[in-house]
Design a binder for this molecule. Structure first.
Ligand SMILES: Nc1ncnc2c1ncn2[C@@H]1O[C@H](COP(=O)(O)OP(=O)(O)OP(=O)(O)O)[C@@H](O)[C@H]1O
Ligand SMILES: [Mg+2]
Length: 222
C-alpha cells in the first residue's frame, strides 16, 4: 500500500490536479518539507487556481507557459509568472525550448535562463526532470538563476534521449557535457559563464560524451 504520508524529507514534489486533495501535502509541509507543485493540462477546462488544492502549501509552483497563462488569464508567460508569485513564494514557468522564467515573491526578483540548444528527440519527462533539477539546486541553496540553468540543462539533456526517467542525466553526464561545450569552438563566452557554477560541483575527470545508456524497451510500437 502507498504510505499515507512520505517519510520526513527536506522536499517533496506533488502533481496538483484540479479538485483533488492529497492530504499528505499539508502534513509534509507541516513537518518542514519544501513542497514543489507540478501541474498538467486541466481536463475540466476551468483553469481555476482555487481548484488546485495544495497550492497553498507549495514553496514553488512550476507550470509550463501554456498552463501558467491559462491559470492566470494572461497572454504572456512572464506576466503569468508574476501573477502566480502572488499565490506562491516561488513561481517558475517553463518555456520549452526557450528555457524558463521565475519570480521570487519574497524578494520580488525575476530570473530568466534560456535553454541550451539540443536536438529534441523525445520531450517526454522534460517537465519532471526540470523539477528534479530545480529541487536539487534549491536544497543546495543556489541562486535562482543557477537553479534555472541547472534544471534546464538536466531537462535539455533528457529530451535528446528517448524515455522519461531513463533519460534523466546523472552527474557524470553533466560533467561530460560541461567538458564538451567548453572545448567547442565559437561558443558565446557569456553563455558559458552562466554554467560556471558547475566547476565547483563536478568531478574533474569526465567521461566522454554522449554516454551510452540503457534504452527503454516499453512504449514503442513498430
Ligand atoms: N527542445 C528543448 N530544448 C531544450 N530544452 C528543453 C526543450 N524542451 C524542454 N526543455 C527544457 O525542459 C523544461 C520543461 O519543458 P516544458 O516547458 O516543455 O515543460 P512541460 O510542457 O511541462 O513538459 P512535460 O510535457 O514533460 O510536462 C524547459 O523549461 C526547458 O528547460
Ligand atoms: Mg508539465
Amino acid at each position: 500500500a502507498f504510505p499515507r504520508c512520505p517519510p520526513r524529507a527536506r522536499a517533496a514534489v506533488t502533481s496538483l490536479v484540479p479538485g483533488r486533495t492529497e492530504p499528505w501535502v499539508a502534513e509534509a509541509a507541516r513537518r518542514g518539507a519544501l513542497i514543489f507543485g507540478d501541474v498538467g493540462w486541466d481536463e475540466t477546462g476551468r483553469w481555476d487556481l482555487d481548484a488546485l488544492s495544495g497550492l497553498e502549501h507549495c514553496h514553488a509552483f512550476l507550470p509550463n507557459a501554456e498552463e501558467a497563462m491559462r491559470y492566470t488569464r494572461t497572454d504572456c508567460p512572464r506576466s503569468a509568472a508574476h501573477a502566480l508569485a502572488e499565490r506562491v513564494p516561488l513561481a517558475v514557468v517553463t518555456l520549452g525550448s526557450e528555457g524558463a522564467y521565475a519570480v521570487d515573491a519574497a524578494t520580488g526578483t525575476a530570473a530568466e535562463v534560456p535553454a541550451i540548444e539540443v536536438e529534441a528527440l523525445d520531450p517526454t519527462g522534460a517537465g519532471d526532470v526540470f523539477v528534479a533539477g530545480f529541487v536539487t539546486g534549491t536544497l543546495a541553496g543556489w541562486p535562482l538563476a543557477d537553479r534555472l540553468a541547472f534544471a534546464g540543462l538536466t531537462a535539455a539533456l533528457s529530451v535528446q534521449e528517448f524515455g522519461g526517467s531513463l533519460s534523466a542525466p546523472g552527474w557524470a553526464e553533466i560533467a561530460a557535457w560541461w567538458q564538451q561545450v567548453r572545448t567547442c569552438a565559437g561558443q558565446d563566452p557569456a553563455a558559458l559563464r552562466r554554467y560556471a557554477f558547475l566547476d565547483d560541483l563536478l568531478p574533474a575527470a569526465a567521461r566522454p560524451w554522449p554516454l551510452r545508456r540503457a534504452v527503454p524497451t516499453i512504449g514503442f510500437r513498430a
